[in-house]
Design a binder for this molecule. Sequence first.
Ligand code: ATR
Length: 278
Amino acid sequence: MHNAALRQLGLDWRYLAFDVHPDKLREALEGCRAMKFLGINLTVPHKLIAMPFMDVLDASAREWGAVNTVALEGRMGEGDWKPMREFEQTPPTDVRLCGYNTDADAVIRSVSEDLGCVLRGLKVLVLGAGGAGRVAALKLASGGVASLYLVNRTVSKAQEVADEAARRFPGVQVHVGYPSERMDLVLNATSLGLRSGDPLPYDAAQWSPRQASLAYDMIYRPAETPFLRQAKAEGCRVANGLGMLLYQGAKALEIWSGRPAPIDLMRQALVNHIYGES
Ligand code: ATR
């Protein structure tokens, strides 16, 4: 999606993937600094490990304790720091690494745009309280949902996220366990559905998507998990996590390039790459 966007924007840049062992992350980042890269994306498990290696942390990275996007900045002597794209002719004398998190906003943008809903006032059930579930629950709470039900195999983790959500967003009703009332939205943030043969991410003896209107799965491969298939069969409007991948990438590109990302083209490139050309 990035290379398609770079071509469209007429930027002679390339987006490349590098396999870096976590023990070598610091060296890899120093290499990016030495080579004056424009920007970097980090994925699991580097998002957490990279935090202390940043020279500057944007509020988005500080808030979530994770960095998925690094923007490199340069300066001449004691001059002002500027984005690396401004040093095409003369290289800067100094380079710094600025850490951002574009994941968290992408969850909210994808849920609201891809499901066509306004989050404020919704009743939401979040399945899963790992890293992804925590960020989704807290972002939904910050988006002004009315109530939040949290379910996780390890109940203590759901309780921890519930306590944090209640403390940070006192206007939201937070519960641990399945709701008896009807939900507007159910969101799967567990890893169940990634592998074929995985069970459903909820206990069908206790709850059913028939008790919800919208269903979102943070998984995007396969395009339709058993959870989304079941939710659709039971009448929910559904969306998968492709939009999260798209919007975190679009935001990163906007940070690096200072220009609006060609979203539709990036979405098409992702769809072609992940689901095949057809
Ligand atoms: P991520 O960062 O993607 O959220 P994670 O922190 O490992 O990854 O979280 C995975 C989530 O899927 C957790 O909610 C996990 O439940 P636990 O906290 O109890 O581990 C959930 N999960 C994974 N495998 C599961 C399974 N077989 N049954 C139920 N939940 C499962």
